[in-house]
Ligand binder design. Sequence first.
Ligand code: ADP
Ligand code: MG
Length: 385
Amino acid sequence: MPDIILKDITMIYPFQKVSGLFDRKQKKLILEHQKQMPYTSNEGVIAVQHFDTTIKDKAFTVILGPSGSGKSTLLRIIAGLERPTLGEVWFDDTDYTDIRAEERDVAMVFQNYSLYPNQTVYQNIAFPLEVKHTPREEIDVEVKKISELLKLTNKLDRLPQDLSGGEKQRVAIARALIRRPSIVLFDEPFSNLDVLMRSHLRSEIKKIHDVYGTTFVYVTHDQYDALSLADRIIIINNGIKQMDDSISEVYNKPLNRFCFEFISSASANIFEDIEVSKDGSFSLCGADYKLDQKQFKKLGKDRKMTVGIRGTNIEIGHSGIEAIVEYAEMIENDLYVHLVCQDQKLTVIEKTNNSDIIKYSHNQKVRIVFDETHFHFFDQEGNRL
Ligand code: ADP
Ligand code: MG
């Protein structure tokens, strides 16, 4: 089974040949936006640009990025459903750039399940083996095996319309796995499912990866998916790779402000335009801190920076800086306390239980402490100091 090597991939979708005010406006906007990109083109929409990576054999790699950042395009390029405008796709030491999808040992699972509506679960799962003219008895054995793993054994006679969303996606995964492809691609497979079903399937898919030991590439805009599934996370924005590393590096040392905010989601707090004095000291909400020498040296001449800290690294207690509570809310099992501290809005996250929400009321004075070992510093371009 191979490593997937993407070499300097750029993908440009040509503008559709349609006229009309709306399209021209749209096109103008896109071109304006693309002017600031490293790869400029007037030919069409730049979906992916100068993208290099090696996706390790057998690993669980998550490609994480906002909507429209080029994730699906990358998967389609790996699958062979799209040919990159520039660059090459290699599986180990073989150039696959011009090899058709059918000749790649790759299966794909989509967000919308794409099951055959008039076929039973059994027939849907068996389909890839039917196409290969696998003997009937063998198909039977394989369908039984995979449906046990995906808890579908008692659903085999049903039609897709009689399944829940989670079950439909299980069928789609079973169908993708049955011919034991060496690479399985998942394009936001759980986006249509509710929170509980998502977390169920998340832990199952992790188990399936362990059992099958093949290469999984999983695309999502959800940082929880990424943090709970990945061996390795690739963060993408505007078609440009932002970071490509282990979970702990991505989480603990985000390379730029975008990565920090995206991986932290609602827990990100940002202090803009923080001035650093000549000796490296700076203050946040009236409390004083100091940059270490290494970070100080990377600062620009104007000595300004952005500071990030997660809500989980701020503590509400008996000492520290004074802040005023705006409101508190429970999100899943965490308490999010929204505060204002010297005009700076902050969100503190406490691991807690439901009854604690009554601890905080609007306009209440509290004291907070930042865990300074968890500050993230970025220069004015957004790069990590
Ligand atoms: P993601 O999966 O991260 O949401 P996509 O890869 O689908 O992003 O799309 C990346 C960019 O390419 C978007 O701006 C999108 O509008 C554009 N795009 C995707 N497919 C096409 C297409 N077939 N024709 C024109 N533009 C496209
Ligand atoms: Mg997509």
